[in-house]
Ligand binder design. Structure first.
Ligand code: SF4
Ligand code: ZN
Ligand code: ZN
Length: 308
């Protein structure tokens, strides 16, 4: 197969676009898709300081690489969760990536900032690791983003479609109203963007490979039967018979999403201990977690009510 642009040897075929490309032109294609998402959703400008949430995996490192290649002002943020072996190996890849490109990297250790590692927290609270992990990552990411204009995450099209399917099948209206490639800075939260929204998991993996990104590819030992994998497999099956269905599903959703928005959404207020925005009634979910683990005094709960 030949590259449609230069007629050199093609390295990838993109069925959705009936397009075969060589390495050089595939990298150009990928960067154009990132640029288009940034422009279509007005994610950020050249002047903005972007904090990229990195895990060491292909998506977040490809995102960082692409934004840096496009000339944006970026720094990375990595939260070391203290997951035996897994976190250290992920961290090594992130550090190597940043060092090779001379890019600034902020690293925070959960054990230092929270007082415990994720495996310890999960064991003590007996709750699903991913639920706790998601809350902690969002919390420490916000803290790290104080000197930045925007937080960028490496969610790709497959991630977004899987999330959307989960929200539709369970009719989670509140999530449907706010699932977006751009969340504005409001109520004390930073602006958040997903510039890989127009690129599939396969396309992102191909970019990482062609750019020679040394990413970490092992599954997190704490992940248990994530439903997102199930949804992704269904969508891939559908894509085989209905080319482009993932993209149409997602784009179609964004065009009608306003119908799910309602005025009576609760406005967050600052947590009385740490100041993090919360709708959980006085104390944010991370401070509540600390109380349950004996890392903060229990009497803080006394005049707080709410969901936790
Ligand atoms: Fe956290 Fe779950 Fe991802 Fe592991 S799989 S890093 S526990 S969200
Ligand atoms: Zn070419
Ligand atoms: Zn708090």
């Amino acid at each position: 197969m030949k590259c449609r642009i230069c007629k050199g040897k093609a390295e990838i075929y993109l069925p959705q676009y009936n397009l075969a490309l060589c390495r050089e032109h595939y990298i150009e294609f990928f960067l154009r898709r990132v640029k288009k998402a940034v422009k279509d959703f007005k994610m950020f400008s050249r002047e903005d300081r972007i904090l990229v949430a990195v895990s060491g995996g292909k998506d977040s490192l490809s995102l960082w690489d692409a934004l840096h290649s496009l000339g944006y002002n970026t720094a990375g943020f990595f939260l070391d969760l203290g997951i035996n072996g897994h976190s250290a190996r992920s961290r090594e890849r992130v550090e190597k990536f940043a060092e090779e490109r001379g890019l600034p990297l902020k690293i925070e250790e959960l054990e230092r900032v929270f007082g415990m590692t994720l495996p310890e927290i999960t064991k003590r609270l007996r709750e699903p690791a991913c639920k706790l992990c998601g809350r902690l990552k969002r919390y420490y990411m916000e803290q790290a983003a104080k000197d930045y204009d925007v937080i960028a995450t490496g969610h790709n099209m497959d991630d977004e479609v899987a999330f959307l399917m989960g929200n539709v099948f369970n009719w989670k209206e509140e999530y449907l109203a706010h699932q977006s490639p751009v969340l504005p800075a409001e109520h004390g939260f930073s602006r958040k963007v997903k510039p890989l929204i127009y690129l599939s998991e396969r396309e992102t993996a191909a970019y990482a490979f062609m750019r020679g990104i040394d990413y970490y590819d092992e599954r997190c030992p704490l992940s248990r039967g994530a439903t997102s994998i199930f949804y992704k497999n269904i969508m891939r099956q559908m894509e085989l018979g209905m080319m482009g269905i993932r993209f149409r599903f997602l784009k179609g959703f964004y065009s009608i999403q306003d119908r799910f928005k309602s005025e009576d959404r609760e406005t967050p207020s600052p947590c009385k201990v740490c100041g993090y925005p919360t709708t959980a009634g006085g104390l944010c979910s991370v401070c509540r977690m600390k109380i349950r683990l004996g890392l903060l005094p229990e009497d803080l709960l006394e005049d707080s009510s709410g969901k936790g």
